[in-house]
Design a binder for this molecule. Sequence first.
Ligand SMILES: *Cc1c(COP(=O)(O)O)cnc(C)c1O
Length: 306
Amino acid sequence: MPLHIETPLFESPSLSKSAHRQIWLKLDALQPSGSFKLRGIGAACEAYAQRGKRRFISSSGGNAGIAVAYAGHHLGIPVTVVVPASTTHRAKELIREQGGEVIVHGATWDEANALAMSMIGEDAAFLHPFDDPLLWNGHATLVDEVARAGFKPDAVVLSVGGGGLMSGVVEGLRRNQWADIPVIAVETIGADSLAQSIQAGQRVTLPSITSVATSLGARQVCAQAFALAQSHDVRSVVVPDRAALAACERFLDQHRLLVEPACGASLALAYEDAAELHGFDKVLVVVCGGATASIDDVRKWAASAG
Ligand SMILES: *Cc1c(COP(=O)(O)O)cnc(C)c1O
């Protein structure tokens, strides 16, 4: 049995009304770790355990680190997550709740990651948050479930950070003979590393992340995601933080589920009936979730985003 669960798939009455078309949700916010990350991380952890690894190391203070802690707990393998000082109290608590060891090191992720890398010995596996084919293979199960349910969307909307989710979803579309379905790849302003790369015709490294959607805050997308943006029908959209945050509030109100702004970015397209959706009758939105923000965080950010 995999570590992730099969999540609900249904048409949202409220979002369909806002978007003037069918909006279907794949509710990965309901994964036990709080985000879709468990699909790929769970699969990767199982593969590394089978290869004889006896410790999992991560440097993600976000949903990837939480998923590694969950997977390690269920596989009986100790987990160490090295995070920078900026990591939220909530994220550290969620990692510790699953028995994960949290080491706070350095002011930036680069410093935390360097320590994490130095800890990888013979018997330890490093779990990358988005750049690992094992991860994409696990994320692809999201599309397998949609195909098995017998629902074929006209387009898939998803959020992009480092591009692991997008790489997995495109892999899933291809392995279900759905390579013709376009992917609408959403980022927020200030975390738009894919959009800027597509525009520049090469992978761009952002100088810094200025969006509140920290789960989308990879300064550079993985090579696989950039390559897929060339070989698949990928349409890039960038939304302001304000729209992502408003979508979080409306989604909480209508579906009684709190998601991070990283996920609100995708929902914002449906709430605002964005031009990118025009021409599609049945749109699947990947509700990627996220466990690191509280409703107070969302409201505080919304107040300062104006
Ligand atoms: C990690 C994450 C993303 C982005 O996924 P990538 O694979 O990095 O593109 C989006 N939303 C949430 C909630 C995440 O945790």
